[in-house]
Design a protein around this ligand. Structure first.
Ligand code: ADE
Ligand code: ZN
Length: 319
């Protein structure tokens, strides 16, 4: 039995399973550099974040129409529901689509179609978080926020993802200020491969309410104090950290120490089609690798609702 949980760190483009990728490639006349799903799956051996991102962006070529984005999100929601997810705050990367000629409206309207049916069909409430690609310019992020104007009623918040090192949060100060002025919530990836200083910047310069990953927090005791004091949630993705070689093996993951230090940590799947498991699989894997007991797993599930952008009534209903 899966515990009811919220998923707070999930890139919808990272849920593109090889079978759906080939189906959409055929429908949209996109030629993939792989001939079978097995061959594609064999390419899922990554050295680091960038080697994953190269494949992640390349495969997105198959996503072209509203219906494609609807299919993608609906397939995720079906899998997530089967693993106990009751609420999902879903990232998407508009610049990865607009850069190849797909309008942001196609992306948002397509995802929204699946999200609008989600409570009824899958029992999952949803929100969308629009991420800026940090390895592109701050101007491009601002232009993306502007292009999202007609769709802001569908978007709960903004995030920051893609290649981290060399692209500190402070690069995006202005766009986060503009997003806050529009009433959007704020999160950012920080401390996945980048140093603790990036987590400080995400907090102090961008004013984020949650840190995505925050894996390297434990290197800086003052930072841990700050995160504990302010109850800042960290959305950890343990299977991702192993696949992208941030840690060698799951047994080395600092999740348990982070819980013991009083951090508000959650467990998420990041890009489940690429990293070997959805969020229920991830709970199972950390239980086995780290020897977590039922009470700790319940705590992680409770944390996911505490850290969600839900009001208290919604939180009770979802849990
Ligand atoms: N985009 C998709 N997955 C990501 C990750 N784990 N880190 C940064 N950007 C991403
Ligand atoms: Zn991520």
């Amino acid at each position: 039995m899966h515990l009811p949980k919220a998923e707070l760190h999930l890139h919808i483009e990272g849920t593109l399973e090889p079978e759906l990728a080939f189906e959409l490639a055929a429908r949209n006349a996109v030629v993939l550099p792989y001939s079978t799903t097995e061959e594609l799956r064999r390419a899922y051996l990554f050295d680091d974040l960038q080697s994953f991102l190269d494949l992640y962006y390349a495969l997105m070529a198959v996503l072209r129409t509203e219906d494609d984005f609807d299919r993608l999100a609906d397939a995720y929601l079906a899998r997530a529901a089967a693993q106990g997810v009751r609420h999902a705050e879903i990232f998407f990367d508009p610049q990865a689509h607009t850069a190849r000629g797909v309008d942001i409206g196609t992306v948002v309207e397509g995802l929204a179609r699946a999200l609008d049916r989600s409570e009824e069909r899958h029992g999952i409430s949803t929100q969308l978080i629009m991420c800026f690609l940090r390895d592109r310019s701050a101007e491009s992020a601002l232009a993306t926020l502007e292009a999202a104007g007609p769709y802001l009623h569908r978007i709960a918040g903004v995030g920051l993802d893609s290649a981290e090192v060399g692209h500190p949060p402070s690069k995006f100060r202005e766009v986060y200020e503009a997003a806050a002025a529009l009433g959007l919530r704020k999160v950012a990836h920080a401390g996945e491969e980048g140093p603790p200083a990036y987590i400080w910047e995400a907090l102090d310069v961008l004013g984020v309410e949650r840190v995505d990953h925050g894996l390297r927090s434990m290197e800086d005791p003052e930072l841990v104090k700050r995160l504990v004091r302010d109850r800042v949630p960290l959305t950890l993705c343990p299977l991702s950290n192993v696949r992208l070689r941030a840690i060698d093996v799951l047994e080395d993951h600092p999740l348990r120490q982070m819980m013991e230090a009083g951090l508000l940590v959650t467990v998420n799947s990041d890009d489940p089609a690429y990293f070997g498991g959805y969020v229920g699989d991830t709970f199972h894997a950390v239980r086995e690798a780290l020897g977590l007991g039922q009470e700790q797993l319940r705590e992680l599930a409770r944390n996911s609702f505490r850290a969600a952008f839900l009001d208290h009534d919604e939180e009770r209903r979802a849990a």
